[in-house]
Design a protein around this ligand. Structure first.
Ligand code: BTN
Length: 257
């Protein structure tokens, strides 16, 4: 399949293995084979049975209705301390892709890399990195996008492209378009573009600068403050009313709705 005419390298190898447990797991298996997959190889499935989400969660998807894909990348030029920039680049790419389909509604990135429309989650990203010394060596970038699914049992906080646009989408051409956007932001991972990447990521960050409640995971304490930055290592910076700031990683803080 080669309709990836608008990309430089992502999706030139496009594998649709049919039903899989997880496209990320499939990609990780491929990386164990003697023949190394070429950079930009995409594993796509519309029938992922055991999608993996962040923090060991499952990623649910109705058979045949959604995009699940994983991109194999070799960002060997990124230092380990810069790995959050890859996450920002992918989230920004998916965000821009969604924005071109949903022009009237704001699409946001909920820290660190969930995609939100109308205060509901429309997509998620799971990036699995391998390191060599202090550099990244391999990244499997997994993207799940709720596309044509319109009912989300037990997931009241989920939405889909169909729900927000009232349209149906062809999954493979849509996946190709998504890859174009992700490739464009992946190319921002150059030393002179990183500051701009971060600035654009922060511009799309859900509830940036809004005073609201959070909860400290460790003891359940309520916190009231605003997201004022995301540090280069990916930690979220909250600034409280007294202008004191504190940083958190994903396991240390919860949103209070
Ligand atoms: C999250 O929001 O928790 C991240 C969800 C990531 C889901 C995608 S679907 C394609 C790829 N394969 C997986 O098993 N997970 C990611």
């Amino acid at each position: 399949m080669d309709n990836f005419n608008n990309t430089v390298f992502i999706g030139k190898v496009f594998i649709d293995p049919g039903e899989v447990d997880s496209t990320n797991s499939y990609a990780l298996q491929m990386l164990k084979l003697p023949v190394v997959p070429i950079a930009g190889t995409v594993i796509f499935s519309s029938s992922q049975t055991k999608g993996r989400g962040q923090r060991g969660n499952l990623w649910y998807s109705e058979n045949g209705r959604n995009i699940a894909l994983s991109i194999i990348l070799y960002p060997r030029f990124l230092f380990v301390q810069q790995q959050f920039y890859l996450s920002m680049a992918v989230a920004l790419g998916v965000c821009r892709f969604l924005q071109h389909l949903i022009p009237t509604d704001e699409v946001f990135i909920k820290w660190p890399n969930d995609l939100y429309v109308q205060h509901k989650k429309i997509g998620g990203i799971l990036i699995e990195n391998s390191l060599t010394g202090n550099m990244l060596s391999v990244s499997v970038v997994g993207i799940g996008l709720n596309t044509n699914q319109t009912h989300f049992k037990q997931l009241p906080n989920a939405t889909s492209l169909s729900l927000v646009t009232d349209r149906q989408f062809e999954l493979i051409p849509l996946a190709q378009k998504l890859c174009e956007y992700v490739e464009a932001t992946y190319f921002m991972l150059q030393p002179d573009k990183l500051a701009d990447l971060k600035r654009q990521y922060l511009q799309k960050l859900y509830q940036f600068g809004v005073n609201r409640h959070f909860r400290r995971t460790a003891n359940g304490d309520k916190l009231y403050g605003r997201i004022s930055n995301v540090l280069d290592n990916g930690r979220l910076l909250l600034t409280y009313a007294d202008e004191q700031a504190e940083s958190f990683d994903i396991k240390e803080i919860e949103w209070v709705w």
